[in-house]
Design a protein around this ligand. Structure first.
Ligand code: ZN
Ligand code: ZN
Length: 294
């Protein structure tokens, strides 16, 4: 790992709290979509308002995301100066607590972690937990030593905050990898870039199902009726249902009892937007959970 890398991450996260805020730019398409969902679904207002604030935090750092770096591994979180990252972690925790998405005790703990250097250790552990036991050997990436210790002592609240803090950088890498033709050869159920699980999917106009990584938002084609979590491909053991408007579909596995939501882009007027669509489908989560899936 060269020093260029650490400089890269440093640049991304350096935010100067003393600098006056920039005037607001025009709203992104995602924010426009979220506001329109808020109109038709006032019951989602809390989740939507939180997401809009998180998108704004991301947008502030996204302007500084430099050239993509393909050497993605746990070292991405090692930086000689993590002050900017620590600030972002604390800001995200603030937003989440204000919207009731973080318990007080978790908030206090994360603020403390966000102030000291142990954050880097936690961030590394978070990254390794996403890599799972998969090897991220795809597409010319070097093989990395995968540790399983990351599965011990999960800390969901902190992991959620770290995932949001790393997202601008992770998605920038995924955007750079997305057009590579080798990606079409990837047939596994975990992400070719970061090794994480998919947490959303899109049905393309050609009726293919593409999985979307929960951490970096990379998309890749996967068999339409195989459970990406356990590999079950027995159609009679996959329960699939659509929303009345046909916009979303749920694939629920009767083997491992997990489910995956998908955006059906076949008749849609806009492309899939994972951040927007995961909020818009919160009622589907409730429905799937009531039916015993998780
Ligand atoms: Zn990924
Ligand atoms: Zn399954």
């Amino acid at each position: 790992m060269g020093s260029g890398f650490t400089r890269t991450l440093y640049d991304l996260y350096v935010t100067d709290p003393a600098r006056p805020a920039r005037p607001p730019r025009s709203e992104t398409r995602e924010v426009v979509e979220l506001r329109s969902i808020r109109q038709s679904h006032p019951e989602l207002a809390d989740a939507i308002d939180m997401q809009i604030e998180l998108l704004e935090l991301h947008r502030r750092v996204q302007g500084r995301v430099p050239l993509p770096w393909f050497e993605l591994n746990e070292n991405i979180v090692r930086t000689h100066n993590g002050s900017g990252e620590r600030l972002l972690v604390r800001q995200i925790a603030d937003v989440m607590r204000r919207h009731g998405a973080l318990e007080d005790a978790d908030y206090q703990r994360i603020q403390t972690i966000g102030r000291d250097m142990s954050l880097l250790d936690y961030a590394e552990r978070w990254y390794r937990s996403g890599v799972h036991r998969h090897s991220v050997a795809a597409i010319g990436l070097p093989h990395h030593q995968i540790s399983t210790e990351a599965h011990e002592n999960p800390d969901e609240a902190l992991d959620q905050v770290l995932a949001l803090a790393m997202r601008p950088w992770m998605t920038r890498c995924a955007e750079a990898m997305q057009p590579r033709t080798e990606l079409a050869l990837w047939t596994r159920s975990h992400c070719a870039l970061c090794g994480s699980e998919p947490d959303f999917a899109v049905i393309t106009p050609a009726a293919e199902r593409h999985l979307i990584c929960g951490r970096c938002a990379l998309r890749w084609k996967f068999e339409p009726l195989t459970c990406p979590y356990c590999g079950n491909s027995d159609r009679s053991r996959i329960t699939s249902f659509a929303t009345p408007d046909g916009q979303y579909r749920v694939y629920a596995c009767d083997e491992c009892h997990r489910y995956l939501k998908a955006y059906d882009a076949r008749r849609a007027t806009r492309p899939v937007m994972p951040v927007v669509d995961s909020v818009a489908t919160l009622p589907l989560d409730a429905y799937a959970m009531q039916r015993g899936y998780s």
